[in-house]
Design a protein around this ligand. Sequence first.
Ligand code: HEC
Ligand code: HEC
Ligand code: HEC
Ligand code: HEC
Length: 130
Amino acid sequence: MTTTGTERTHAMTCLLLAAALSAALLLPLPAAAAGPAGAPRGAELHKAKGVACADCHGKAKKPSYVEAAQCLTCHGPAEALAASTAQVKPENPHASPHWGAQMQCAVCHLQHAAPVDWCAHCHRFGFQVK
Ligand code: HEC
Ligand code: HEC
Ligand code: HEC
Ligand code: HEC
C-alpha cells in the first residue's frame, strides 16, 4: 500500500503534535513564554540607554541577583509602574491579586537571559515581556 500525500502530511502533523506535547511536559514553561531567540537581553537594552552594570549591581565585587527595590529606584514607585500598565490586556502584569504591585522584577525581566512570562506557570495571559 502506498501512502498518499495527505496521509503523509497527517502523519507528520501527528508527529509534530506529539513532539510539541512531550516538549511541553518536559519544559517548566511553554516555549511561547520565552522571548524571541537572539533578541537583546535586558542588560544590553539597559546599556544602550546608558545604564551601567553598577547602576544595578552597585560596587559588588561579585554581582548577583538584583532586588526589585533597586529597579524601582529608576522605574518606581511600584504603584506608578502598575498604573503605567493598567491598560494591558487581559491583566496588568504589575498588579496581580496575589502580590499587588510588590513583586520581584527579574522573575519576568531577566537581565542576562531571555525574558519570561512568569505568570504562565499557572495562567495563559500571553504577556510579551522585554
Ligand atoms: C539607573 C536606572 C535604572 C535601573 C536601576 C533599572 N533601569 Fe530599567 N530602564 C532604565 C532606562 C533609562 C530605560 C530606558 C527607558 C526608555 O527607553 O524609555 C529602562 C528600560 C527598562 C525596561 C523597558 C525596556 C524596553 O525596551 O521597553 C524594562 C522592562 C526595565 N527597564 C526593567 C528593569 C528592571 C527589571 C530593573 C532591575 C533589575 C531595571 N530596569 C533597573 C533605567 C533603569
Ligand atoms: C509577571 C511578569 C512581570 C513582572 C514580575 C514585572 N513585569 Fe514589568 N512588564 C511585564 C510586561 C508583560 C510588560 C509589557 C506590558 C505591555 O504589554 O506593554 C512590562 C513592562 C515593563 C516596563 C515598561 C513599562 C511601560 O510603560 O511600557 C517597565 C519599565 C517594567 N515592566 C519594569 C518592571 C519592574 C521595575 C518590575 C518589578 C517591580 C517589573 N516590571 C515586574 C511583566 C512583568
Ligand atoms: C538593569 C539591571 C542590570 C544591569 C544593567 C546589569 N545587571 Fe547583572 N543582573 C541583573 C539581574 C536582575 C540579575 C539576576 C539574573 C538575571 O536576571 O539574569 C543579574 C545577575 C548578574 C550576575 C550573576 C549571574 C548569576 O548567574 O548569578 C552577574 C555576574 C552580573 N549580573 C553581571 C553584570 C555585568 C557585568 C553587567 C554589565 C555589563 C550587568 N550585570 C548589568 C541586573 C542587571
Ligand atoms: C502558582 C500559580 C499561580 C501563579 C504563578 C500566578 N497565579 Fe494568578 N491565580 C492563581 C490561582 C489558583 C487563582 C485563582 C483562580 C480562581 O479562583 O478562579 C489566580 C487568580 C488570578 C487572577 C483573578 C482572575 C482569574 O484569572 O482567575 C488574576 C488577575 C491573576 N491570578 C493574575 C496573576 C498574575 C498577573 C500573575 C503573574 C504575576 C499570576 N496571577 C501568577 C494561580 C497563580
